[in-house]
Design a protein around this ligand. Structure first.
Ligand code: R5P
Length: 296
């Protein structure tokens, strides 16, 4: 078995290979002046099971295309089985046709992965509805990094902190995190306008006066969802508010907005490498790869 650390997840892929004590294949890559991607895999993978680690955060389309190039090339070079580890699976939010005529984006990405030679997919907290992966034309599995984020805070002495899910989709994350942190939890009702993208919240009261509070979400994109919740918790008397997320996309000035809104700190994972990626999902991925290889 081999690991191919893709350009978008080089460090994570190399760490996973080290943890599994397997070879990491070198990937040469560049962009041509017109923007097209070039990929060259350096190594022998004939007859081997290969795991390609490549996240697909911004720039999503480039990262996805590099993944298609790596998978198809690995197949051409004789790889027996290809497992794509895509910590952040781009286009997962468009997991159905919400409005008529819309592209069912994640279904298209799944088809392209299969057609590029991917046999199996492993992702981390990227899909809201488990049915999304069940409907994929290839074997797909989702892992959760929420316990790792909660442990990070527990190790820093945040036992008993209040945990908030900023929307209904994050409710399960809050339940898991609160179980690890031995604290109370709550969740907010959020609505998104499908035409404008604008979000609105129902006003709720939480018992946070004088307490530390941590917001757990899968993605921070523009930061709008998190900022709203930081401000609400502060206005209800929370002592300190922290933000934890699996995928810190942090588009534009999202980080600044969240800190200016009153948060002490943002803690993300390296599913999407960023300044706030303080928690590594390498052990989570290595363990899952090991069990998938042992099952095969
Ligand atoms: C939405 O369903 C997700 O779980 C996140 O809450 C959302 O993607 C965050 O986006 P933003 O940071 O732009 O509010």
């Amino acid at each position: 078995m081999l690991v191919i650390p893709g350009p978008a997840s080089r460090e994570l892929g190399e760490t996973v290979a080290r943890l599994l004590n397997v070879q990491a294949i070198d990937v040469l890559f560049k962009s041509f002046p017109d923007g097209e991607s070039y990929i060259r895999l350096e190594g022998d993978m004939k007859g081997q099971d290969v795991a390609i680690v490549q996240t697909t955060g911004p720039p999503q389309d480039t990262n996805l295309f590099q993944l298609f190039l790596m998978a198809d090339t690995a197949r051409d070079l004789g790889a027996k089985k290809i497992l794509a580890v895509i910590p952040y699976l781009a286009y997962s939010r468009q997991d159905k046709r919400f409005l008529s005529g819309e592209a069912f984006s994640i279904k298209i990405v799944a088809k392209l992965l299969k057609n590029s030679g991917v046999d199996q997919l492993l992702t981390v907290n990227s899909v809201h509805d488990p049915k999304t992966l069940a409907d994929f034309p290839l074997q797909a599995r989702s892992l959760s990094a929420i316990p790792f984020l909660a442990e990070h805070f527990k190790n820093r002495g945040f036992d008993g902190a209040f945990v908030l899910a900023p929307d209904e989709g994050a409710k399960d994350y809050a339940t898991v995190a609160a179980g690890i942190l031995n604290g109370d939890y709550g969740w907010r009702y959020k609505e998104r306008n499908r035409y404008t993208g604008a979000i609105s919240f129902r006003q709720e009261e939480f018992d946070v006066k004088g307490k530390d509070a941590i917001i757990f979400d899968d993605i921070i994109s523009t930061g709008g969802t998190t900022v709203e919740s930081v401000k609400m918790l502060k206005s209800q008397g929370a002592k300190r508010v922290f933000s934890a997320c699996v995928h810190p996309l942090l588009v534009g000035d999202a980080e600044k907005k969240i800190i200016d809104g009153g948060a002490e700190e943002i803690v993300g994972t390296n599913c999407v490498p960023s300044r706030v990626s303080k928690v590594s999902v390498a052990p989570l991925i290595a363990k899952a790869l090991l069990s998938s290889w042992q099952e095969a």
